[in-house]
Design a protein around this ligand. Sequence first.
Ligand code: NAP
Length: 308
Amino acid sequence: MNPRLLQIGPLSEGLQARLAQWPVTSLWREPADHLSRYGGDYDVVVTSARHGLSEAQLAQLPRVRAICSFGVGSDAICVAAAQARGIRVSVTPDVLNDCVADLALGLILATARQLPASDRFVREGRWAAGAYPLTRRVSGKRLGIVGLGRIGEQIALRATGFAMPMRYHSRRPHPQHGDSHEPDLLALARWADFLVLACPGGAATHHLIDAAVLDALGPQGVLINIARGSVVDEAALVAALREGRLGGAGLDVFEHEPQVPSELFELPNVVLLPHVGSGTVETRQAMEQLLLDNLAAFLRDGEVLTPP
Ligand code: NAP
């Protein structure tokens, strides 16, 4: 089989060069009517968690048999519609767990200890006029995790080094974590000093973190989001931070990326990152290799290695 590949959006130059061993079309460079005219030519879709694949796009791809995606989140990919057609879908899980978990711990420290604001304080020459205000301790504080999956597990593991008691919320208890499951999200938020989001995005978790959860976390509580912006009601988050009802927020993801609410820019207890959880050279290379391994496995055996 010499498959024809349809690539939905740009990927790294290195990955695009390796995909070029097959005939590959860059959809974003084609006219808007490309799918309706030529959609029947393609066997495999290559996409990413960011570029996704909509049900409307898939409906115009009658020959497609596999969708290989870069990234672990599949909320932007019409997985159910694809699987209903027997189409194989792959993502790139596990290889990014360490880096995303590292970043979550980085955000906890950066937010509680106000590292970016302290750095600005030094650079702007304000230190000579007086000491930086006191911040908040991390070690020994209570860690709540929403979604104790592959990444959440690694966050919990790292937090043991900070002697942080951990409880988590998910749809079902994970027996290996004893009695630390909390079925009531509000109760977890009331208990936690830091509430870290590591669950999937999509309809099932849309605005899971609303004004009530933020109020339960409270004026000393800190929200960390390395999951998806859609999990948080961003307007409620901005209001809680501005009104001092929430202690701080460390955010790698946003509801309308790359747009970030400008009200957050001046708050010293807020740390804002441009969705870089997996963004290290080593991890991105591993994700690229896993995408290619999935593609090769599908072309060889008709099955992918790492479905969502
Ligand atoms: P995973 O292994 O599937 O873990 C997700 C966990 O969330 C599961 O343990 C699941 O437990 C729980 N969960 C699912 N639905 C839930 C709900 N409605 N309420 C509460 N908990 C729920 O996924 P992962 O590999 O750890 O990745 C998690 C997410 O991180 C991805 O989906 C992606 O959106 C995000 N991510 C972000 C970055 C970044 O750059 N910032 C990078 C990679 C991934 P139950 O089944 O028991 O509910």
